[in-house]
Ligand binder design. Structure first.
Ligand SMILES: NC(=O)c1ccc[n+]([C@@H]2O[C@H](COP(=O)([O-])OP(=O)(O)OC[C@H]3O[C@@H](n4cnc5c(N)ncnc54)[C@H](OP(=O)(O)O)[C@@H]3O)[C@@H](O)[C@H]2O)c1
Length: 257
């Protein structure tokens, strides 16, 4: 793994914690951020036990100034994982306005608050052992390929984050940087624990983290997996929106949170 200096948002649980544990080894320098102190400290301890040097920061990704301060002060960064995210569905009614705003502020503005200062830091540093100055990986979702009427803000926030990351990768390559869009399917975390619908090909957080990292190392811009779910989602997402809405409204929706 060519990444020694790594910064991860949303590292206190789920996929972010799995990224931290998978990357933790002697020589690794991990910068882990989240809002819950106790949960973050526990992940940091696990990583230290695996030989990594770890710093933690209690930070809300929606706070642009605090994020810029953290990212700029971290020193060299080979990989930044913009992972923090929230989800909610419609439940049995409409999305709540406050939830819509929270989802976009976390999943889209929070990603930009992480990625923009990270790209600035990376552009000024020497290339790493893989020849790139640095990699930013934005955690989108396979949900970003379908505008599900049961989770409008979540799907739209993930679609926007993915589109931004994929398009930005082209111009960032010119200055020796990479931007990747990670689009996992269902992962067994708190985010999916209450989903009342079938979740085919569910992955453990560790498997999801390893597959994402393998895709980054392989140099892929879009890393979407598992492949069968990705193919199914692309087909579903190609349906006319009226038909898609009618079909998807037959299934139980994601809880409002
Ligand atoms: N689970 C899935 O099936 C799935 C599938 C595809 C993509 N994803 C994406 O994967 C990412 C991680 O999700 P997960 O499944 O691991 O969910 P999770 O277990 O609920 O973890 C979410 C993480 O994000 C952090 N977070 C949330 N809001 C934050 C904020 N405002 N500021 C800083 N940190 C914040 C949380 O930490 P604190 O609460 O301590 O701040 C936590 O560490 C998300 O972007 C999600 O959309 C998940």
């Amino acid at each position: 793994m060519p990444f020694r200096h790594v910064l991860i948002t949303g590292a206190s649980a789920g996929l972010g914690a799995a990224f931290a544990r998978v990357l933790a080894r002697p020589g690794a320098v991990l910068h882990l951020g989240a809002r819950r102190a106790e949960a973050l400290a526990a992940v940091a301890e696990d990583c230290r036990a695996r030989g990594a040097s770890v710093t933690t920061r209690l930070v809300d990704v929606r706070d642009a100034a605090a994020m810029a301060d953290w990212v700029r002060g971290a020193g060299r960064l080979d990989l930044v994982l913009a992972n923090a995210g929230v989800s909610a569905g419609t439940g049995t009614a409409q999305e709540q306005d406050a939830r819509v705003r929270l989802i976009f502020e976390t999943n889209l503005t929070g990603v930009l608050n992480t990625a923009l200062p990270a790209l600035e830091v990376m552009a000024a540093q020497a290339p790493g052992e893989d020849g790139w100055r640095g990699h930013v990986a934005v955690v989108s979702s396979i949900a970003g390929f379908v505008a599900a009427p049961t989770a409008p803000a979540y799907c739209a926030s993930k679609a926007a984050a993915r589109a931004w990351a994929e398009a930005r990768d082209a111009t960032e390559r010119r200055r020796g940087l990479r931007v990747h869009a990670l689009c996992p399917g269902f992962i067994r975390t708190a985010m999916t624990a209450d989903n009342p619908f079938p979740m085919p090909w569910m992955m453990s957080p560790e498997v999801a983290a390893r597959r994402a990292l393998a895709g980054i190392v392989a140099g892929r811009t879009r890393i979407a997996y598992p492949r069968r779910l990705y193919a199914l989602t692309r087909l579903t997402g190609a349906l006319p929106p009226g038909l898609l809405n009618r079909l998807m409204m037959l299934a139980p929706g994601k809880p409002a949170g």
